[in-house]
Ligand binder design. Sequence first.
Ligand SMILES: NC(=O)c1ccc[n+]([C@@H]2O[C@H](COP(=O)([O-])OP(=O)(O)OC[C@H]3O[C@@H](n4cnc5c(N)ncnc54)[C@H](O)[C@@H]3O)[C@@H](O)[C@H]2O)c1
Length: 275
Amino acid sequence: MSATPRGIRLKDQVCIVTGAGSQRGIGWATVMKFAHEGARHIYVMDIATGELPGLVATLHERYLDVKVAIVEADATDEDAIKSVCERALEETGRLDVVFANAGGGKGGFSTLVKDMSVDDFMGTLKLNVLSCFLAAKYAPQAMSKFAAFIPRQDLYIVNTCSKAAIISVARNAAEENLILRNGVRVNAVCPGIVRTGLTDLLIPTGNDSASNPTPGAIVRIGLAEGRSILVLPEIANVVCFLASTESSYVIGQSYVVDGGLTAPLPMGKLQTNGP
Ligand SMILES: NC(=O)c1ccc[n+]([C@@H]2O[C@H](COP(=O)([O-])OP(=O)(O)OC[C@H]3O[C@@H](n4cnc5c(N)ncnc54)[C@H](O)[C@@H]3O)[C@@H](O)[C@H]2O)c1
C-alpha cells in the first residue's frame, strides 16, 4: 500500500478505530488505509495496547502529517466510548468516521453449541453487539457526518448469532440517523475468513502464502475449486470506501467481503483444504 500514491478519500478527517491493537488484525490494516487516504487524526482504541507503539512508529515513518492517539480502553465500556468520541471532538473540532471493529469470540470459535458455556455465549454477545451498540449510540452525537462499519460473519454459532445482531443494530441506527437528518450514515462490513490473530487456529498453515504474512500485505489462501479466502487490505478498502463520500448514497447496508465464500449459498458446497 505504501508504494501506491496517497489518496484523498479521507482527507483531513478525524477517525476512531476500535480493536486496532493487533498488528495482524483488520483494525490495524484499516488504520494504515485511513492514514494512506489522508486522515488527519486517528484515535486507535484497544483493550490490549502492547503492539500499538509499533503502529504509531510506522505511521510516523510513512505519514508524518497524520496524528495518532492511543486509547487503552474496553470497547464495551460505555464511559470509554462516550469519552473517546467527546475527546476527538474537543481536540480536533470534528469526528468523521467511527469503525467499531473490536470483537471476537469468547471461549474459542470452534466450540460446539453443546459444549459452549453460557458465560462464553453471553461474553461473545456482549463483546460483539454492545461494542457496536455503544458506537452507534455515542458516535453520531459527536459527528456531523458519520459512518460506522461493523464486521460480522463467522462460521460458528455464537459469532454468527452475535454478528447477525450487529446488522440489526446497524440498520436501526442508520434509519434513526436518517430520521434525525444529521448526515450520519451507518453501514456494516461482513468479512469472510481473514487470517488474523483471531483466526490462526481456523486456517491451516502450509497451503498458502500467508503463514507469515507481512502486515498489510495481500494474503490469499488457496481453496479447492479455485476459490480464495481472504485478504486483509481488501477489508480495509471496503471500510475506507464506506467511510468516504464516494459511498454517500449507501446507508444501512451490510457489505459482504469474503472472496466468494458465500456466493454459492444456499445451494453450493465449498470445500476447503482445511481440517
Ligand atoms: N478475521 C476474520 O476472519 C473475521 C471474520 C469476520 C469478522 N471478523 C471481525 O472483525 C473484527 C476484527 O477481527 P480480527 O480478525 O482483526 O481480530 P484480531 O483478534 O486480530 O483483532 C481484534 C482486536 O480487538 C481487540 N479487542 C478485543 N476485545 C476488545 C474490547 N473489549 N475492547 C477493545 N478492543 C478489544 C483485541 O485486543 C484485538 O486487538 C472482529 O470484530 C471480528 O469478529 C473477523
